[in-house]
Design a binder for this molecule. Structure first.
Ligand code: AMP
Ligand code: MG
Length: 408
């Protein structure tokens, strides 16, 4: 038996490094930037007004008060987007809107609320404006390069491209980014007992569920997914079905057919073809395999649905995230107080489905199991929000003790 960490490392090694591609910004959401990105322009690109109001020379309004306003002729009008701004002459004001370029000569902006609005502020009719407050140099002025300086690194390699990062890339004038692309995954469910709904079930058959779970879990990471939903337990059928779909696939994930029984189709088909089958010291999810088949990485999961999803969480999710350039590949972990006694097999790490109630104030969070340890108990998983991780040496874990919880 190998440890959870050993198998996790083997799977992670199989998948790195990821592919990169240069994509339009709209296709980059959630992906990781592969290279540093430098700003082509400064942000803001020019000194501009932070307010609707009047661009002035600060010295011209240095005496302005509510009681003794300073009156200035309004000699210009600068809406946002104006590119031919005239200089501001001493003793005058230009009406200016938020985001409009400051006229040469002006060093501050008086917001409209500190003026009598000037005749026809909304209508745009230049006239005179009475200013009720001083505007020291720089007031309501957004300086060139205050946010980003042209030529500097705006987004470092490794940035996860969420809304603000993509907004910044667009703001500095980029339309494409080079990102790590998510793997294209082929999910293969094996088992001669598997039926795809809505076909009717005969006694001895079950509805196939692993492929949809894996599809959902993989899609949540951004992967492209194709599924083969019920490949019979026959080596020839398995090889043929999978090879027919291998083109353009970065990773094959199978479920079923890897335990110690007879008719272990995945093991029988791949054991001599580059995939190593092992037992990992964990429950559920002991029987695992991983390697390359025809050059394509293959991870073989056991068949029981709970084992599949736990294996995905423990091995595949971190490996895929790493291959996609993420450095934060683990789920959030917390310690919580157990609400019930649990038993765990000595020598194996146990992952139990649980419900975690977060800490309130100084009281530690609590966690209780959902369902038993059985790896077929999918309904219990559907009611869980976490995995309770009990270490290899644990045997009896009593209510009230603190345990590790992986938040899903
Ligand atoms: P195996 O590892 O192939 O022996 O499968 C272990 C258990 O998981 C058996 O009870 C299978 O019927 C069940 N199983 C395997 N694959 C699937 C699947 N895709 N959907 C639902 N149950 C499955
Ligand atoms: Mg099977």
């Amino acid at each position: 038996m190998i440890s959870v960490e050993e198998h996790r490392a083997t799977v992670a090694e199989l998948l790195t490094p990821g592919r990169t591609a240069t994509l339009p910004l709209a296709g980059c959401a959630g992906l990781v930037l592969a290279h540093d990105v430098r700003a082509g322009v400064s942000l803001p690109p020019f000194d501009n007004s932070a307010m609707d109001g009047f661009a002035v020379r600060s010295v011209d309004v240095v005496e302005a008060t509510e009681d003794k306003p300073v009156e200035l002729p309004v000699t210009g009008d600068i809406p946002a987007g104006r590119t031919d701004v005239e200089p501001l002459l001493p003793g005058t004001a230009h009406r200016i809107m938020t985001g409009a370029p400051l006229p040469p000569g002006a060093d501050s902006v008086v917001m409209v609320e500190r003026t009598d609005a000037g005749p026809g502020f909304a209508g745009g009719d230049a006239g005179r404006v009475r200013v009720f407050a001083t505007a020291p140099p720089g007031t309501h002025v957004r300086r060139t390069g205050e946010d980003v300086s042209a030529g500097t690194v705006a987004l470092p390699a490794g940035s996860v491209l969420g809304p603000p990062q993509l907004g910044l890339a667009a703001a500095v004038g980029l339309d494409r980014l080079t990102v790590y692309t998510p793997p294209r995954v082929l999910v293969v469910s094996t088992g001669s007992e598997l039926v795809t709904a809505p076909d009717p079930l005969r006694h001895g058959q079950i509805y196939e569920s692993n492929s949809i779970m894996l599809l959902a879990a993989l899609r949540a990471l951004g992967c492209e997914v194709r599924t083969l939903r019920s490949v019979a337990d026959d080596v020839g059928t398995f090889r043929e079905a999978v090879t027919a779909e291998l083109a353009g696939v970065d990773l094959v994930v199978t479920s079923g057919g890897v335990s110690a029984g007879a008719y272990e189709v995945v093991k029988d088909a791949l054991a001599d073809a580059g995939v190593r089958f092992t037992k990992v010291a964990m429950q559920p999810g002991g029987p695992q395999g991983c390697g390359r088949w025809e050059g394509v990485p293959v991870v073989t999961l056991p068949g029981n649905p709970v084992s599949v999803l736990v294996s995905f969480e423990v091995f595949l999710r971190p490996a895929i995230l790493a291959a996609m350039g993420h450095t934060a590949t683990s789920r959030q972990r917390v310690r919580a107080r157990l609400t019930e006694d649990l038993r765990s097999p000595v020598g194996k790490r146990q992952f139990r489905r649980g419900w975690y109630s977060p800490a309130v104030g100084a009281v530690t969070g609590e966690v209780g199991p959902r369902g038993g340890p059985g790896s077929h108990l999918l309904a219990a998983f559907a009611q869980a929000n976490c995995l309770i991780e009990l270490p290899e040496e644990a045997c009896e874990v009593v209510a009230g003790s603190e345990v590790d919880v992986i938040l899903l």
